[in-house]
Every structure is written in structure tokens, then in C-alpha cells.
Design a protein around this ligand. Structure first.
Ligand code: PLP
Length: 310
């Protein structure tokens, strides 16, 4: 995988800081990783206005604050502080392309273990990450032999770095077996989500997606897609438990998430979905999402924080 370029200024505990000066003690790696929660936010360049559209900034920041709260990390920042921090950071780096914004909250401790300092540091950095929307990217997926985490164990609702060890197992196994992505099931055998994304299936013209109590992250993209499907595309959308065999009998399926964006799933466990090409409803969702996130579609402006390049 190509390494992403990290833009030269980061935001750290309230200050814009040169990346090269943003160092921490190497002995903190273990504790900071175990304690940390994070977010992933995309900003899309509008080709007509040359402005960056940060997609669903406040929804992501609210989830970030919720993750910090659920792991009981204290901090000094309000939603507005973090919103302003992201805007200032993007302005300072002045990217003239699509970027990815990553806030992290983490604690430090002199001893490696569960008991860290209750106070979180917050750091935000910006990298490039090209969009794959409308590039014909598809996924051949598999059902993972690994089970998704559960709420009373390590809640998938918390976007905690440590949860991604579960994702790593599933990802690594899928790639080793020649698939693009994994789909994880709950301990009850119901469909949960991918290692870093949610999913939706299409059956008989209806969009169906595992409910928020099916071992998933409360995905901002999933929420946005459900609203777009209902309002802009006039499609029925159902949130419910999804059986494994419904994956194989689906007419269409796609992943959704900030990183994966909308990616059509064309086969699962080597069973083709439909005729093996991205389905018609999936394409409609993808095109609509593309136009909304880039600001080509004027509606849903409340989802976009527009930052002009100076
Ligand atoms: C485990 C997991 N599920 C779902 C998602 C999708 O969430 P969102 O749409 O908020 O990016 C992500 C990505 O961040 C994720 O890591």
C-alpha cells in the first residue's frame, strides 16, 4: 500500500504545530495505542469552485466526543473547539486536493497497562487519500472466520484503536485468501460489518442494512446513505438483523464508510451477486453520494463544511 503524504502542520492540544516538532516519548506507544480513540473524516474538492467540502464534520466530531466519553477520557475541548481546529488546520495546510482528516484522543502513562492518565491529549493531522468514487472500484468479499466484537466486551460503537485488532485479523485473513475485504458476523451469526466499513444489501428493490445493535460502528456514511436513499432516491430502507445467507441471495450489495466510500460488492465467498457487475441501485446510490460529498449537488449543504483555498 502506498504511503499517504502527511501535510506539514498538525493540531495538537489546541495549537497548530509543525509535524517535525510533534514528537512524543517512544515509551508511550503501548499505552497511547490501547487508550486511543479516533475519527476519520474526508474532505472533497469541488471541481467547479475549487473549494474543499469537509463531509459531515460535526457528526464525526460528535462521535469522537462520544468515544472519548465512553472510554472515560477527560479533555478540554468542545465540539466547536474541534470544529474550529479542523477548519484552521485545513486552511493552514492549504491542500488543493481531496484529503483525509484524522483526530486522535489518547492518554499517557508511565506504566503499560489499563490505568492511564484520565486526561486525553488530542491531535489532528491531515493526509491525502484519493477518492475511489466513480473509478469502477469493486470488492470481492468473504465472510470472515473471525467474529465481530460485542458491546459488552469492546464496543464496536466506540471508535477505539484497540478495536482494530479485530479488524486486522479479518482483513489479513481475507487478503491471504485472495479477497478484497471481509464481512464479520456477530457471535449469533448475524451480519455485522466490514473491518472498517458498514454494508448494505439490496433485495427486491429495498435497501437493507444491519441495525445499530448488530455489532457495528454507528457509521456517519451509513446514516447519510439511508437519508439520501429515502429522500433523494425514494428507495425503501430497512434496518434489521441480516442473516448470512441473505448476503448470498442479495441482488446487490455495497460497503459504505468514510474510507471505502461506496464500493460495490460483486461477489461474496466467490458467489456472484446479480450478474457479477455493480447493481443498478448501488450505482444510483454511488452517483448521488459522489455529487453530495463534492458539493456538485446543492442539497444537503448542512453536511458540508466548505473551506476555500487561499
Ligand atoms: C469498523 C467500522 N465500521 C464502519 C465504519 C464507517 O463509519 P463512517 O461512515 O462513520 O466512516 C468505519 C469507518 O470509519 C469503521 O472503522
Amino acid at each position: 500500500m502506498a504511503e499517504s503524504y502527511i501535510f506539514p502542520t498538525i493540531w495538537w492540544d489546541g495549537k497548530l504545530t509543525p509535524l517535525e516538532n510533534a514528537t512524543m516519548n517512544v515509551t508511550q506507544i503501548g499505552t497511547a495505542s490501547v487508550s486511543s480513540v479516533f475519527e476519520g473524516i474526508r474532505a472533497y474538492l469541488n471541481p467547479n469552485t475549487n473549494e474543499l467540502n469537509v463531509f459531515q464534520l460535526d457528526a464525526h466530531l460528535k462521535r469522537f466526543l462520544q468515544s472519548l466519553r465512553l472510554v472515560r477520557l477527560e479533555h478540554d475541548f468542545s465540539l466547536q473547539d474541534l470544529h474550529d481546529a479542523v477548519v484552521a488546520l485545513v486552511r493552514e495546510n492549504n491542500p488543493e486536493r481531496d484529503v483525509y482528516i484524522r483526530p486522535f484522543g489518547y492518554a499517557e502513562s508511565r506504566t503499560f497497562g489499563a490505568a492511564t492518565d484520565p486526561h486525553a491529549h488530542v491531535v489532528i493531522h491531515v493526509t491525502d487519500w484519493d477518492s475511489k468514487l466513480k473509478t469502477d472500484s469493486v470488492s470481492h468479499s468473504c465472510v470472515s472466520s473471525w467474529t465481530r466484537l460485542t458491546d459488552n466486551q469492546m464496543s464496536p460503537r466506540v471508535k477505539a484503536s484497540a478495536n482494530y485488532l479485530n479488524s486486522r485479523y479479518a482483513n489479513e485473513e481475507a487478503k491471504r485468501n485472495g479477497y478484497d475485504h471481509a464481512i464479520l458476523l456477530t457471535p449469533q451469526g448475524k451480519v455485522a460489518e466490514g473491518p472498517g466499513m458498514c454494508l448494505m444489501i439490496v433485495r427486491n428493490g429495498k435497501l437493507i442494512t444491519p441495525s445499530i445493535t448488530s455489532g457495528i460502528l454507528e457509521s456517519v456514511t451509513r446514516e447519510s446513505v439511508m437519508q439520501l436513499a429515502r429522500e433523494a432516491l425514494e428507495l425503501p430502507v430497512i434496518e434489521r438483523e441480516v442473516d448470512r445467507t441473505e448476503l448470498y441471495t442479495a441482488d446487490e450489495a455495497f460497503f459504505c464508510g468514510t474510507g471505502i466510500e461506496i464500493t460495490p460488492i460483486v461477489s461474496i465467498d466467490r458467489m456472484k451477486l446479480g450478474n457479477g457487475d455493480p447493481g443498478e441501485i448501488t450505482q444510483r446510490v454511488l452517483n448521488c453520494y459522489h455529487d453530495v460529498v463534492r458539493g456538485i449537488e446543492p442539497r444537503y449543504e448542512e453536511w458540508r463544511t466548505v473551506i476555500s483555498n487561499e
